[in-house]
Ligand binder design. Structure first.
Ligand code: NI
Ligand code: MN
Length: 214
């Protein structure tokens, strides 16, 4: 499985893109019209996550997957949607997709994270979230990879993200949602050092446009 970070909370994982905030993202290495995918997953309706999702879904005839209320709104724009809720799973193509809680805010439906399974691999995208104890339950999915925010202010900071890794116990973790703007400034090397000193998890730091093979 090929996981490419597109900056902020946007990841392209094989044929699935999550939180495609591309054209307005100062750290994005690509433009929205260059993205090729079959599935578009969005954690919540804030503009730095919903981003270019509708344009990308329409251009690719892709399926948009989110919490029910947001999917209902997007379906009115002529996009194929799967509107689900916390629990799941939904089976779309080769993917098994679950929504899990996130402690954050949103306008249309609850903010969520995704647990995505394909080819025997399990990936957790935390969305925007603070630290919460139920991450321990999300860890029961035996995560091969967790994608967690570390930028603080709106989401977990580096120390809280370290605590999240202790609860999630993933094999590997990639930090996200930092250094897009000054307000979410964070040092990913400090996060990596803390994680690898205090947990059994490997921290992988990507630059926008770089990928990791899982
Ligand atoms: Ni948000
Ligand atoms: Mn955000």
């Amino acid at each position: 499985m090929k996981i490419t970070w597109l900056g902020h909370a946007a990841f392209l994982i094989d044929d699935l893109i999550i939180d495609p905030f591309i054209n307005g993202n100062p750290s994005s290495p690509v433009k929205a019209n260059e993205i090729k995918c079959k599935y578009v997953c969005v954690t919540h309706d804030h503009s730095d996550h919903l981003g270019d999702a509708v344009e990308i879904a329409k251009k690719n005839n892709a399926t948009f997957i989110s919490i029910f209320e947001l999917a209902s709104d997007v379906s009115e724009k002529g996009v194929k949607t799967v509107g689900m809720n916390i629990g799941g799973p939904a089976n779309v193509g080769e993917w098994e997709i679950r929504l899990v809680p996130a402690t954050h805010s949103s306008t249309k439906g609850s903010p969520i994270g995704f647990v995505l399974k394909k080819d025997g691999k399990t990936i957790y995208h935390a969305g925007d979230t603070g630290l919460f104890m139920d991450m321990m339950l999300i860890g029961e999915y035996k995560l091969d990879l967790a994608l967690v925010p570390i930028g603080g202010y709106y989401v977990m900071d580096t120390e809280q993200a370290l605590e999240s890794v202790k609860l999630l116990k993933p094999h590997s973790v990639i930090p996200m949602h930092y250094n897009t703007w000054p307000v979410i400034k964070a040092d990913p090397q400090k996060f990596k050092k803390l994680v690898e000193e205090q947990t059994g998890t490997t921290a992988i730091i990507l630059k926008p446009g770089e990928h990791f093979n899982l």
